[in-house]
Design a protein around this ligand. Structure first.
Ligand SMILES: C[S@@+](CC[C@H](N)C(=O)[O-])C[C@H]1O[C@@H](n2cnc3c(N)ncnc32)[C@H](O)[C@@H]1O
Length: 257
């Protein structure tokens, strides 16, 4: 029996509930094929058998396929727009109890950057950011909050000095920043979404999804926002059907409900 990619992704769904059929096939298949070749494994069937038995390999597979590169203040020019324009507007409109969601937060760089950006407007004790990701392993790393020097290049100097402590070659984010973030596991393709959000940041993950999956997710984000709330997307992304969904485009990567 030949085990093809479609069979493989069905088996992966049974094992992990991750629906790889909603990710762009050519890209995902290329990554998985490269992984199988690197491991010297012959065929999807052999690889599935390994993944069924070896929990560490399965965790590695999840981390590898879900791609978790991130950095603080990723695309600093967009964070400047967030800090100079979007956040002041949101605080004006909604007051200090902003409900903020970093969706597909990876190693925490993004939610911790949000806390730092918000700290320019209110005390840390009042800031709460919900951060979600599909991978438990990545959430565990985010909670530890240890970063290489490259990850923190974009952090404004005043926050670098205030909120990071050098630890060998790594930088430890301060507990007072960590305390503002509530990490949870959430799969954007199948789990419930937060509601009543004033700001949703979802960047550099939907690029991996099929057009249908992406459109469905943008609609769900729209429903998650409070009227007037803002969705901040990645610098290579756009919402093609934003008008049909009901969004108003505020700037290239910011859309309001
Ligand atoms: C490239 S990182 C983006 C991190 C951060 N948002 C940024 O822009 O730097 C993509 C993240 O999306 C997560 N992810 C992939 N598929 C997901 C899904 N279906 N639901 C939730 N998170 C997902 C991965 O685990 C990974 O941490």
């Amino acid at each position: 029996m030949t085990y093809d990619y479609q069979y493989f992704i069905k088996e992966i769904f049974k094992l992990t509930t991750i629906d790889l059929s909603s990710y762009k096939e050519a890209q995902m298949k290329r990554r998985i094929d490269a992984l199988i070749t690197k491991h010297n494994i012959k065929g999807y069937d052999n690889y599935i058998n390994i993944l069924k038995k070896d929990k560490d390999e399965l965790n590695y597979f999840i981390e590898y396929t879900t791609i978790n590169v991130s950095e603080f203040y990723r695309n600093t020019d967009q964070w400047k727009i967030l800090t100079d324009t979007m956040l002041p507007d949101l605080y004006n409109k909604f007051g200090s109890n902003l409900k903020v969601w970093s969706a597909a937060c990876s190693t925490g760089d993004e939610p911790y950057s949000l806390v730092m950006a918000m700290s320019g407007f209110q005390p840390l004790s009042k800031i709460k950011v919900t951060a979600t990701d599909i991978s438990n392993e990545i959430i565990d790393k985010a909670k530890i909050g240890l970063y290489g020097s490259k990850s923190i290049v974009g952090v404004p100097d005043q926050y670098k000095m205030k909120y990071f402590k050098q630890n060998g070659n790594f930088y430890q984010v301060a507990d007072e920043i960590k305390r503002c973030v509530d990490f949870k596991k959430q799969d954007l393709l199948r789990d419930p979404y937060l509601t009543g959000c004033h700001l949703i940041v979802c960047r550099n993950v939907l690029i991996y999804f099929t057009e249908e999956a992406k459109s469905e997710i943008f609609r769900k984000f729209y429903n998650s926002l409070a009227p007037g709330g803002v969705l901040f997307i990645g610098s290579t992304e756009q919402i093609i059907d934003y008008k049909e969904i009901g969004f108003k485009r505020l700037d290239s990567f910011f859309y309001a409900k």
